[in-house]
Design a protein around this ligand. Structure first.
Ligand code: GLN
Length: 269
């Protein structure tokens, strides 16, 4: 069969079909688009069919390809880690502006390492620490750091547990924030992602409450915390930040206009 025939028979959207055929054949998407008449051997078409049927069952493209780009960094991803999402790039934008020269950053629940590694790539002067409680995720994150030769201190443990007594210029987190009864958990990519990376208790805010309450003990004076959250959680997260004594509390919208991160500054005076 030719490239064109195989793509047409896949039943997938053309862009997804080309991505998967590119992975199966080793040919670039540009080559596939330019040469629909090119013949494909049985091994390639077999591999492509296997990927196609997994995709048809709903498996995320990122897990099928084993990678996802985030802030210009190509990251290995496996079903052990949350798939990095474009809206999370807001946390990177915020951090690279706020970390002082040679300052420090703490990424809580790093998963694939996406946030920590993107920040370290943009700010090689910064000391970046990343915490993760899942050993399997931590292996993926370390592999990503090694692959890109980015220097990050990875620590195993629960939120602030592995950094007792340490203070940072900026703390970021994309914690689990989906409510356990949220119907989105049964739809799309979320069905295949680790529950521990998604679900934050009854209202989704369990992890955020815990992180915000302890933030002041781990921020330097005038240090910032920035937390990602879900649609409609911004008012409650701002309230939690204010309740914890943080100042300059505000939320920022993502590209879809949804208030997606909330931030606050530690003023010990
Ligand atoms: N952004 C994810 C979603 O709603 C949730 C990730 C998270 O809980 N941190 O699809």
């Amino acid at each position: 069969m030719t490239v064109g025939e195989v793509l047409a028979a896949s039943g997938l959207a053309p862009s997804e079909a080309r991505l998967l055929l590119s992975a199966a054949s080793g040919l670039s998407r540009a080559t596939l688009a330019a040469h629909p008449e090119a013949p494909l051997d049985d091994v390639v078409t077999g591999t492509f069919r296997a990927l196609t049927s997994r995709r048809a069952r709903g498996e995320p493209i990122a897990y099928l390809l084993g990678k996802r780009e985030f802030y210009g960094v190509t990251l290995k991803v496996s079903p052990d880690v949350l798939i990095p999402r474009p809206e999370t790039e807001l946390l990177v934008d915020f951090s690279i502006e706020r970390i002082p020269k040679h300052g420090s950053l703490l990424d809580l629940g790093t998963g694939s390492g996406a946030i920590a590694l993107a920040i370290r790539q943009q700010r090689p002067d910064a000391r970046v620490t990343a915490v993760e409680q899942s050993a399997a995720s931590l292996r993926v994150a370390r592999e990503n750091a090694g692959h890109h030769q980015l220097q990050v201190e990875f620590l195993a443990g629960d939120w602030f547990e592995p950094v007792p007594g340490r203070r940072f210029d900026v703390i970021v987190a994309n914690p689990p924030y989906v409510a356990e009864t949220d119907p989105h958990l049964g739809q799309g990519d979320l069905r295949f992602e680790p529950r521990a990376a998604l679900v934050g208790g009854a209202d989704g805010l369990d992890a955020i409450r815990l992180i915000v309450r302890r933030a002041n003990s781990h921020l330097v004076a005038n240090g910032w915390i920035a937390i990602e959250h879900g649609m409609g959680q911004d008012a409650e997260v701002r309230r939690l930040l204010l309740e914890a004594g943080l100042e300059s509390v505000a939320s920022q919208p993502d590209l879809a206009g949804i208030a997606r991160i909330s931030v606050g500054k530690y003023n010990p005076d």
